[in-house]
Design a protein around this ligand. Structure first.
Ligand code: NAD
Length: 505
């Protein structure tokens, strides 16, 4: 329902200019109040074509811009992001709902990706070999792909786009971003700041839309590669569609991240760590811990005893309120989904130790708030264990050994993150080695790699061969070309040779 004052209209950004062409208008809400805050233009097909044409025409000049000049734009951009941090965090909180301190954390991690991008010229250096044959030299260089696209989710509206386009444009590509329709304002402001920093028009364009826009972008002959972050079903469909057309694609999907708690762990410390990892951002993080695997009944009982009062005491409210620990979910449908999983868990025989459906926030009855939930005696066949809930729900599975815990994790179809709480180095080493998961923490609940590593899960959490950001992003957004050369003055071709070339000739 629209609020009485007319909401602002959010448009695309094509060739450095706002563009309000729309096939349809979609409502953007403040999830804390349930009120509409803006309307968003979903692009028609001509608008998508214009964005592609703009990126294509900017490409030749940007590709040939010296990498150090491109880096200067990134340095200025980083400074602008820092100068506008408060404004950006307000926008994130208003549309996403996460608490301000969490929005700040997101932005800082995004800025780290910009810092990494500033140093990309170092990683673009090629490989050179002299005298691979008589007076013949050979080298490999990493050339940009051309026009590439990125499709991003709602849960990190500022950070996930910054995983993608700074690396892509620093490698010499031009980029089209299709952000989430739920919280588009912070990313648009960030793209404006990139232009203020000196990014030439057309190098980075933003179009909004849903499935039709995404499919048009993937299918466009001028688009060379696709980066996607979102839910697994869509990640898989996008990966299939792009790769069928021979396009490079990395599609990061959903998650169900386990934290194993060993009997020798510091239980109070593990409980504190789990509170932030499970309930931060209302559980709407792809690295959120959603399963605690307790090794032994005594460990499980102690963990539940430590967690229960903390889950009940979570400070829930509008994200801008000081001291607030958890905001709302992103939509009313998300709230209903989380509630339905809790009901399914109860129906399947799990024990709802804390039932978040009972919480509400006075004065924000129309907001999409739900309390934190703690569910014990969950078994692997239950939907509350199998599916990504993407809400503030921590389930506890009881096992008898580390071996059983690793087996449990390895049988799960998701493989994004996991962690182990222990004081035992041998257990830690065995866990890190055996677990079939892309990002592993030892006494670190959210092992999100820093920007100069790369981020990627295994199994249904990532389709493609290269992870997001860091060194993998440079490989993803470039193509190796190997050149072998001889000059007539240094080695005349004086006879025809039919044998396959070797180091002798
Ligand atoms: P989503 O899959 O609903 O949407 C992601 C993007 O895809 C959005 O831009 C959306 O507009 C677009 N989209 C939606 N339907 C589409 C369709 N049918 N065809 C093509 N594009 C479509 O995800 P979300 O709800 O925005 O984000 C939450 C999900 O993202 C969770 O599953 C979470 O685990 C995942 N996620 C994963 C990572 C990771 O790194 N693995 C990071 C963040 C979020």
């Amino acid at each position: 329902m629209a609020s009485p004052s007319m909401p602002t209209t959010i448009g695309h950004l094509i060739n450095g200019e706002s563009d309000y062409s729309a096939d349809s208008l979609v409502e953007v809400y403040n999830p804390a109040t349930g009120e509409q805050s803006a309307e968003l233009c979903f692009a028609d097909s001509d608008t998508v074509e214009r964005a592609i044409a703009s990126a294509k025409s900017a490409y030749p000049q940007w590709r040939d811009t010296p990498p150090a000049k491109r880096a200067q734009v990134m340095y200025r951009f980083k400074q602008l992001l820092e100068a506008h941090s408060d404004e950006l965090c307000q926008l994130i909180t208003q549309e996403h709902g996460k608490v301000l301190s969490d929005a700040q954390g997101e932005l800082v991690r995004g800025i780290e990706n910009v810092e990494f991008a500033c140093g990309i010229p170092q990683l673009l250096k090629g490989e050179h070999s002299k005298n691979v044959g008589p007076a013949i030299d050979s080298w490999s260089e990493f050339q940009p792909l051309g026009v590439v696209v990125g499709i991003t989710p709602f849960n990190f509206p500022a950070m996930v786009p910054l995983w993608m386009w700074p690396s892509a444009v620093m490698c010499g590509n031009c980029f089209i971003l299709k952000p989430s329709e739920r919280d588009p304002s912070s990313v648009l402001r960030i793209v404006e700041l990139a232009h203020q920093a000196g990014l030439p028009n057309g190098v980075l364009n933003v179009v909004h839309g849903g499935q039709a826009v995404v499919e048009q972008l993937i299918d466009a002959p001028d688009v060379q590669a696709v980066s996607f972050v979102g839910s697994t079903a869509i990640a898989k469909a996008i990966y299939q569609r792009a790769s069928e057309q021979g396009k490079r694609c990395q599609a990061l999907g959903g998650a169900k991240n386990h934290a194993v708690v060993m009997p020798d762990a510091d239980i109070a410390g593990a409980a504190n760590a789990l509170m932030g990892a499970a309930f931060g951002s209302c559980g709407q993080r792809c690295m959120a811990i959603s399963v605690a695997v307790a090794v032994g009944d005594d460990t499980a009982d102690a963990l539940i005893a430590a967690l229960t009062p903390q889950v009940k005491a979570l400070k829930i409210g509008e994200g801008r309120v000081a001291g607030c620990e958890m905001g709302p979910l992103i939509t009313q449908q998300a709230k209903q989904r989380v509630a339905a999983y809790l009901q399914a868990g109860a129906d399947d025989g799990a024990e709802l130790v804390v039932d978040g459906r009972e919480r509400s926030v006075p004065g924000f009855e129309q907001g999409y708030f739900i309390g934190g939930s703690l569910v014990d005696r969950v078994s692997p066949s239950m939907s509350i264990y199998q599916d990504e809930i993407f809400g503030p729900v921590l389930v506890v599975v009881r096992v008898e050994s580390l071996h059983q815990a690793v087996d449990l994790i390895n049988q799960h179809h998701y493989g994004n993150g996991c962690c182990l709480f222990t004081r035992d180095g041998e257990a830690a080493r065995c866990f890190a080695d055996q677990v079939q998961i892309g990002m592993v923490g030892i006494n670190v609940p959210l092992p999100v790699p820093v920007s100069y590593h790369s981020f990627g899960g295994w199994k249904s959490s990532l389709f493609g061969d290269l992870s997001a950001y860091g060194p993998d992003s440079v490989r993803f957004y470039t193509r190796r070309k190997t050149i072998t050369q001889r000059w007539p003055s240094s080695g005349i071709i004086d006879k025809t040779q039919f044998a396959f070339p070797s180091t002798d000739a």
